[in-house]
Design a protein around this ligand. Structure first.
Ligand SMILES: O=P(O)(O)OC[C@H]1O[C@H](O)[C@H](O)[C@@H](O)[C@@H]1O
Ligand SMILES: [Fe+2]
Length: 184
């Protein structure tokens, strides 16, 4: 008798690596992030092929009511005085939320509503972040190691990058204290 295959996808909580299952992967490099960092000349002086973050996600259905699961690995580093960060986005379907779980490393989750009000949450091993609908989100790596966070979001959410063409309302810069907030 053949037993059914009951093996679900599996993630290593310590590293955020998926052990199994069909995966979609995407690397975002410095050359993909033109205009994202405050110091654009500093970005241009660094190698464009350098990977800033990798996203791996399970290849599940994008249909209404279904969920995506993925891990972002955001590498440590700086562009000028600014920590490596993701591009950040609103969901195309604005009302759709998302949950992030900090797995390893130390950083910040930058959240911004449609009124342009920004706030930060610390990201660390075990941190849980409820990103409400109508809220843009960006990860920032303020530590010296890889920042990995697992995310679960609706398959229909989509991405809207254009709505943040003028950037977020605040930046996280290197300081003698570790990091500090600059308002644009
Ligand atoms: O889309 P970015 O702002 O570059 O962020 C990279 C990725 O981060 C998270 O994993 C989100 O769940 C993804 O939907 C997103 O694509
Ligand atoms: Fe998202």
């Amino acid at each position: 008798m053949n037993l059914p295959d009951i093996q679900p996808p599996q993630v290593d909580w310590a590293s955020g690596a998926f052990a199994d299952g069909p995966l979609l992967s995407k690397s975002t490099r410095l050359r993909d992030l033109a205009g994202i960092f405050a110091d654009e000349p500093a970005r241009q002086q660094l190698p464009g092929e350098q990977v800033i973050y990798d996203v791996e996600m399970l290849a599940t259905s994008p249909a209404e009511g279904e969920l995506y699961t993925g891990v972002t690995h955001l590498y440590p580093g700086r562009v000028g005085g600014e920590y490596f960060m993701t591009r950040g986005h609103f969901h195309a379907r604005r009302e759709q939320g998302e949950v992030y779980f900090g797995l390893r490393g130390n950083g910040l989750l930058l959240l911004q509503n449609e009124q342009g009000e920004a706030r930060l949450e610390k990201v660390f091993t075990g941190s849980v972040h409820i990103i409400p609908g109508f809220t843009a989100h960006r990860l920032i790596n303020t530590g010296g190691e890889v920042l990995s966070a697992l995310a679960v979001w609706p398959g229909v959410a989509g991405h809207d990058y254009a709505a943040l063409a003028n950037g977020f309302a605040l930046r996280v810069m290197v300081s003698s204290e570790g990091w500090e907030v600059h308002h644009d």
